[in-house]
Design a protein. Sequence first.
Length: 246
Amino acid sequence: METLIYILIATFLISAGALVGIFTLAMQADKLDRILLLLVSLSAGALMGGAFIHLLPEASKSLESSSVYGTVLFSFVAFFFVEKLFHWRHCHKGQCKVHTFGYMNLCGDAVHNFIDGLVLAATFIADVRLGVVTTLAIALHEIPQEIGDFGVLLYAGFKKSKALVANFMVALTVVVGGIVGYFLSFSEHFIVYLLSFAAGGFIYIAASDLMPEIRKEQGLKKSLASFGMFLVGILIMFLVTFLEHE
């Protein structure tokens, strides 16, 4: 029961990240873009570090290497499929009252958040400290993502209040995933395979969605700043290993 409480706290904290959209309303677009790029870079580093420094070593303790690598590959392909499935449809009529891609974005986020909840549950059951590390990695990723999602909903035609509520309601699927994962994760095999699956998802998100955004920056100064934040994200995950071994 104590583990379930940890899972609920972690998932509610992740869900609360959806409210970060409020703070973007008062910021100028150019300042927001600069901050977002740094946050995306930090997130990419944290996800890569979380996958290679924490999740994969933990999964390798209980699974053969072929099973770990196979699950990571399957996860990578699955995340690619889900992303294509929920982002393929766009509204091509300028007079659309609420563009279809706004709702598709919400559907995609709901699936993604549910998987995050499953992952958090599995990591907390495997080791509370690993759960804390995973919560940190996901939280660093969710902040820029939620800001971006809020902007997408506004662009799709949602009113600001509706966009904020919709984003938060979808974010609560993390909690649902955490509860479901808690009751499913009593199977040891489920836990270790889900750790490998989570690693593949982290790698996919960082390599496919985040790092291409970092590469778009042309200026040398901003590029170095972004790369520096990417390294900081990895460093954070490395430093947290000392917490795991205390």
